[in-house]
Write a protein that binds this ligand. Structure first.
Ligand code: MF3
Ligand code: CO
Ligand code: CO
Length: 316
């Protein structure tokens, strides 16, 4: 281990507090590791416009999708969900996030999908892996997952010209009760956000539902990273906030597609950016969790496009 002090020992700093309540988070913090070069994608797999240059040019895109775009988004959503499931099953102590990325990359290619994160604004990997205090956009590297970590895996697949975006936080080995509760409440926040989706209602309903639940449980809601419209482009100008913003009066309409992806913190919700320009961590280094789905607004609610269970139950 990287420290001699045990959790319940008095902290070295002389505060008189237990180490775990004082400087332990800083001692245990996630550190940047070694990142391997971008993995190639075979030329026969269709790629989004930014794949070659890393530059993302926004084009106007209708918020309400055609039946054709929606049908393709169901496929992309399902592919992303499948890959997330495969990678999640590989999470265990000792595995590196780089190994998870390699596995994910293979799974995209097997399905004829382009890994949407790869070279998006220059992002170097095929998934994001965000450990413990990392809020989002952690870059897979040679760090081994340790017993007791939590890790979010974020998968986005580009299939037949559209994207499907989903993520989940996984427990690594034996995880302490407080972190398990954080992960559970974060999952509930996503579920409540989805349950708030209703045509004719303002988008602010979503963030209100999420924030109410998170704060009632004593947690924070990250403000700087938000959900987004999605379709032929990875991120469109539709903004989905995870906290209550009364000015967000845009009405939800049937056929609109967007993600909901709350990031919930045990402490301060503000972030600091690593020097890599991607990895966002909580300022107090306390843990944070996230879950994400891509969905379409229906006539009376939401249809989740990245949920394996709903698809399989519909078929059975
Ligand atoms: N999938 C992330 C999201 O939920 C975005 C990742 S951007 C990347 O919006 F460049 F880091 F891949
Ligand atoms: Co997203
Ligand atoms: Co995502």
């Amino acid at each position: 281990m990287n420290q001699v002090l045990k959790s319940n020992d008095l902290c070295w700093c002389g505060s008189g507090r237990k180490f775990k309540r004082c400087h332990k988070a800083a001692a245990d913090r996630v550190r940047p590791g070694r990142v391997t070069p971008m993995r190639p994608v075979p030329p026969e797999i269709p790629r989004p416009p930014y794949a070659e240059t890393g530059e993302v040019e926004r084009r106007p895109e209708p918020r309400v999708k055609t039946a054709d775009v929606l049908a393709r988004m169901r496929v992309a959503g399902r592919v992303a969900a499948e890959i997330l499931q495969v990678v999640g099953a590989a999470v265990r102590p000792g595995v590196t996030t780089e190994e998870l990325d390699a596995l994910a990359h293979e799974e995209y290619l097997r399905r004829g999908a382009y890994p949407s994160p790869l070279n998006y604004h220059g992002y170097p990997k095929s998934i994001c892996t965000s450990v413990n205090e990392v809020i989002c956009h952690g870059i897979p590297d040679d760090r081994r997952l340790a017993d007791g970590d939590i890790v979010n895996v974020d998968v986005t697949a580009y299939v037949d010209g559209v994207h499907g975006d989903t993520n989940a936080t996984f427990l690594v080995g034996e995880v302490d009760e407080a972190s398990r509760r954080l992960v559970q409440v974060t999952r509930e926040c996503l579920d409540l956000g989805i349950a708030a989706v209703r045509p004719g209602r303002p988008l602010s309903d979503i963030g209100r539902a999420i924030q109410e639940h998170a704060e009632a449980q004593g947690y924070g809601v990250v403000r700087s990273f938000i959900g987004h419209g999605i379709g032929e482009q990875f991120h469109t100008d539709l903004h989905i906030l995870h906290y209550y913003e009364p000015r967000l009066t845009t009405e939800m309409e049937p056929g609109m597609t967007f993600t909901i992806e709350p990031m919930i913190t045990m402490g301060d919700w503000r972030h600091r950016m690593w020097d890599d320009g991607w990895t966002a961590v909580t300022v107090d280094l306390k843990r944070t969790a996230q879950f994400e789905h891509t969905l379409v607004v229906t006539g009376d609610g939401a249809d989740v496009l990245t949920d394996l269970s709903s698809v399989s139950s519909a078929l059975s």
